[in-house]
Ligand binder design. Structure first.
Ligand SMILES: *[C@@H]1O[C@H](CO)[C@@H](O)[C@H](O)[C@H]1NC(C)=O
Length: 214
């Protein structure tokens, strides 16, 4: 009996620790952004105070401001904007890319991403894990969709002559983002430049120049 209970506890523990954005056990758990509780996700509002607006967002038809060095804008719709998304494992976003705009190589540690191009031409590529590091790449036109599997390094860039508008869906309420170059060269405090020089087969001066850019 005790063994059975112990086994069930272990299975339960494994289930919880291996799962991400797990299946909800209720109709909804609308995020209570005023709570100070620290849990995995956000605590639920009293269901009797939930309204339609908790599940609503207006404005995805509006272009973002792409006047910045990357020439891009990200308009996310996640649990911070729509509290009703809490625990449901989903985020959507509008991406705007000016001519030559790009999102540098990055990964989302907790989400697979699906991109759908609404306007323009978008090059998108992802790279598999080592030792193959195989690149899968496509140029997407209006109406095309492309899947970026969870955790893999990827990039997007506008290869058309006008703006690109892209709709993104991610299967996490908090996908996370790790920009590869920022993570390595922009770490705070910085990773030892002599070590990075050895790791990348570069001159230490070059590494420090790159680090200065972040
Ligand atoms: C877009 O962003 C730039 C740079 O931050 C700013 O100067 C400009 O006023 C913004 N444009 C609009 C329409 O908000």
């Amino acid at each position: 009996m005790a063994t059975t209970i112990l086994l069930l506890l272990i299975i339960n523990f494994l289930y919880i620790t291996l799962a991400y954005d797990p299946t909800p056990l209720q109709d909804f758990c609308v995020a209570d952004h005023t709570s100070t509780l620290t849990i995995n996700g956000l605590p639920c509002k009293d269901p009797s105070t939930v309204t339609s607006d908790d599940f609503f967002f207006r404005g995805l038809h509006l272009p973002g401001n792409t006047t910045n060095p990357l020439g891009v804008a990200l308009t996310p719709v996640n649990v911070n904007h729509v509290p009703g998304l809490n625990t449901l494992g989903l985020t959507i976003a509008r991406l705007d890319l000016a001519t030559n705009g790009f999102f540098p190589p990055h990964t989302h540690p907790r989400a697979t991403e699906v991109l759908t191009v609404l306007e323009g031409s978008l090059e998108v590529g992802f790279v598999t894990s080592g030792p193959a590091y195989a690149q899968f790449r496509k140029v997407l036109e209006k109406g095309d969709a492309f899947v970026i599997p969870i955790g893999l390094i990827h990039y997007q860039r506008n290869v058309g002559t006008g703006n690109a508008v892209v709709f993104a869906a991610l299967n996490s309420q908090n996908s996370g983002i790790i920009e590869v170059a920022s993570g390595v060269f922009g770490a705070e405090p910085s990773i030892d430049s002599e070590f990075l020089a050895r790791a990348f087969g570069l001159d230490r001066k070059i590494v420090e120049e790159i680090q200065d850019k972040f």
